[in-house]
Ligand binder design. Sequence first.
Ligand code: NAP
Length: 382
Amino acid sequence: MSLPLQVGLVGWRGMVGSVLMQRMSAERDFDAIETTFFSTSSAGIAAPKIDGCTVFNPILKDGNDLTALKAMDVIITCQGGDYTKAVYAPLRAAGWNGHWIDASKILRMQDDSIIILDPINMPVIQTALSKGVKDWIGGNCTVSCMLMGVGALFKAGLVEWMQTSTYQAASGGGAPNMRELLTQYGSLYAEVKDLLDDPASAILEIDRKVTAKQRGFTPQETQHFRGVPLGGNLIPWIDSDRGDGVSLEEWKGGAETNKIMGWGKQFGHAEVPIDSTCVRVGSMRCHSQSLTFKLKKDVPLADIEAMIANDNEWVKFVPNEREATEKNLTAMNVAGTMDIPVGRVRKLAMGPQYLGAFTIGDQLLWGAAEPLRRMLRIIQAR
Ligand code: NAP
């Protein structure tokens, strides 16, 4: 019998890392590995107590200690891009040849890395494993959630192009952004509580006070969304400005979807054009998207529905009806679950090859933590 893998966990107490720990506990991933916890801030204190995890090293190791990291067969990091920038290259330069599984975007588009989303791209992962690839990077949350929902259409080679409009949650910005959103909601409510309590008050007066409060938020009250309040508002720009009219988040939609599918120059396969408008909205942790496809041919709607519904066990197909949609196709309904509902599937007025759909996913689960722990399982199974 082979020895259990030595697995180093870095970034386990952050937002993505905490969700990863919950999922690894729930799936008993710790049973078959020997776990060492690392920290960039608290090395030397006791390792955390995580349900179902017997730690191999009872003391937190230093996340910047290359010697300690080199003893690992697998390192899973949810620590963030700065950590990857600082540690990955020196570790490889020091001769470490283990598997690096990373939630950050830094290595995603490197030619020798694979973006992992195994229910969608297991063949790409298996081919890469057999070629000796060792860098496994979690995809952009919006892309991963979208592909978990409608990946069937891409797998079948049916998509000529796709355009999306996203509705992305505060959690995508990080924990402080979620707190900021809720604090703003609270302040807005407090501003008009008296008027709300009075059934005779005028709604336009309430609206005027809310808008004035939003416009009057201090830089401190809006610091995590770059000075713009998200409470009662939306922000149609996510991530950095590439200077070509496309936000970095929008660019990732096309670049990462193609890379996940194993398309593009790296794989010697033509890319599918994908573009999007990415919008931050005041929901907590689920990203939603309205999708428009041009298909390569006219496929009957019932066949498309069946393909989507049967693609993977997490897709929950929602009939394109009012009640089913209101009940099942909401961010609140999906939060904290592995479900990926897909609904509003219909042919569009532009012609029989044009298809509309709407999908939602918890961006901390399928959008961040889940592909990482599944990759560990895939490595173990080899
Ligand atoms: P985060 O919550 O800021 O955590 C990152 C690290 O910050 C922790 O591991 C911890 O490291 C340190 N930290 C400092 N103060 C802390 C505190 N009070 N509570 C918890 N941790 C604290 O980062 P994240 O949002 O999970 O993101 C991690 C990576 O995943 C990033 O590269 C991000 O881009 C990527 N990602 C994020 C999302 C998302 O939705 N947030 C989605 C997909 C991918 P030490 O223990 O070493 O101090």
